[in-house]
Design a protein. Structure first.
Length: 462
């Protein structure tokens, strides 16, 4: 999404690619030189030829040094990285350098071969345009080899007003750094597709693991596993219990690593202090979606807030989506999915409305009332603490979902009100939105902000 970015070297953003994977964008700094050098060595010679417009076996140190020393006034470079910790890996970069008149800058990109075609260059272009515009630039220029059709397509489909001049050995590209209407439209479309794809492991999984699936009928893990089983889930379900050989007649696995094949969604119902460890193992097992029903996070004081921040950091580093923590769960009534990964005993009837609830208690009441009245939903999502997945994300998902004709939201607080207004205004032209905002009084806001843990049931394994 194009916007002027005045933050300069302080800029940092978690972005979602069109396949749903997440990456972190941030400026290149001097201490990134070793990792940029490693990145350059991983890139194929053909990709280096396209970037530097000549046969290159090794990128000179001075070139890498210059990339990492700009502050976006005369030059600047954005890195696309898979994480921020010791395991961080650069998979792409985009940079610009002033042409001399301080109004125009030359721009270029380099993406690791395995990550090409995922839309990284397009997202980098949007952000670099925002950074350049904040520093007074009005135009980008680029020199592209005629056989570098993928790069030409990036500029062509970006939404910017691109002007191309074909020469015998190069293609000269010019585009403004400001966001025209076409830029906004295409950027909005990219955002919708990316977010919808990122939520697929949560809402349309083919395999689900329930960590903490207990034999104790009163435990949360048992209830959710039983509800998935009784809901006639169309995929494969794996109960994970280190102390049982089976749960509800289904073979149990003592650990996530014992599960054959990859899992899409990991439902986590263990004590709060163990959630981070289970989340790490879930990601290692291939999960791209985490549903954390456990309480004891931001709603439970300073220690819980620290746990939640560490959990969010983990999922952002690995490009995984998180629902919760401290949430009721989710449902999808699509006959091809039919998933009830929630504490509600019965899956919703098939309908045409999507329902997102910030309050677990009210969510249950509305679901029960809807069932009594014969009202159905396409999907139901309980927000919990909204550490990652928010109502805005669900609006984008429903906007792309042809089965959903209406959106219903119950919100206690707005996480990003400007983004909500932008998405809702556009979506409401095609699909009606019913949004109930509670906690509008001073006391109501205090209650919402100090919301107690959603779940009080046991999380032990038996």
């Amino acid at each position: 999404m194009f916007r002027i970015i005045p933050e300069g070297l302080a800029y940092k953003e978690h972005v979602i690619l069109k396949d749903g994977q997440g990456l972190m964008f941030r400026p290149a700094l001097p201490n990134d030189i070793p990792k940029v050098k490693e990145f350059m060595k991983r890139v194929s010679r053909e990709s280096l030829r396209m970037r530097f417009m000549a046969a290159v076996s090794e990128v000179p140190h001075d070139v890498i040094k210059n990339l990492c020393e700009g502050d976006f006034t005369e030059s600047g470079c954005l890195l696309a990285i898979t994480s921020e910790g010791s395991e961080s890996k650069i998979v792409g970069l985009g940079n610009y350098i002033a042409m001399g008149n301080k109004k125009s800058a030359e721009i270029a990109f380099l993406i690791e071969d395995d990550y090409q075609g995922k839309g990284i260059s397009t997202l980098l272009l949007e952000r670099l345009a925002g950074l350049a515009a904040a520093n007074g630039y009005i135009e980008f220029e680029a020199e592209v080899l005629p056989d570098n059709q993928p790069m030409i397509n990036v500029f062509k489909s970006s939404g910017f007003e691109v002007h191309k001049v074909w020469h015998s050995d190069t293609v000269h590209v010019e585009l403004p750094t400001s966001g025209a209407a076409a830029t906004w439209r295409k950027s909005n479309l990219r955002e919708r597709i990316a977010v919808a794809n990122s939520l697929a492991p949560l809402l349309r999984p083919k395999s689900v693991a329930v960590v903490g699936a207990s034999r104790d009928p009163s435990s949360i893990g048992h209830m959710i596993f039983k509800n998935i089983l009784n809901g006639n889930f169309q995929g494969t379900i794996y109960p994970v219990n280190s102390e049982a050989t089976s749960v509800n007649g289904v073979k149990a696995y003592s650990s996530l690593q014992e599960i054959p094949g990859k899992i899409d969604l990991s439902v986590i119902s263990v004590p709060a202090e163990k959630v981070l460890e289970v989340a790490k193992k879930s990601i290692t097992a291939g999960a791209r979606g985490l549903l954390v029903v456990s309480a004891g996070f931001a709603e439970a004081g300073e220690e819980g807030n620290k746990r939640q921040k560490n959990l969010v950091k983990l999922v952002r580093e690995h490009g995984v989506r998180l629902l919760g923590p401290s949430c009721l769960g989710l449902m999808n009534s699509d006959p091809k999915v039919h998933l009830n990964a929630s504490l509600a005993p019965n899956i919703v009837q098939r309908g045409s409305a999507g329902f997102f609830s910030h309050s677990a208690a009210l969510g249950l009441v509305i679901l029960e009332y809807a069932m009594e009245k014969g009202v159905g939903f396409t999907t139901f999502v309980s927000a919990g603490n909204r550490a990652d997945v928010s109502g805005n994300d669900l609006l984008l998902y429903w906007e792309e979902d042809t089965n959903t004709k209406m959106a219903i939201l119950y919100l206690e607080t707005f996480g990003n009100p400007r983004r909500f207004v932008r998405i809702a205004r556009r979506m409401s032209y095609k699909k009606p939105i019913l949004c109930v905002k509670s906690a509008r009084s001073v006391e109501g806001r205090k209650t919402a902000e100090a919301k107690s843990g959603t779940l009080s049931g046991g999380t032990r394994q038996v």
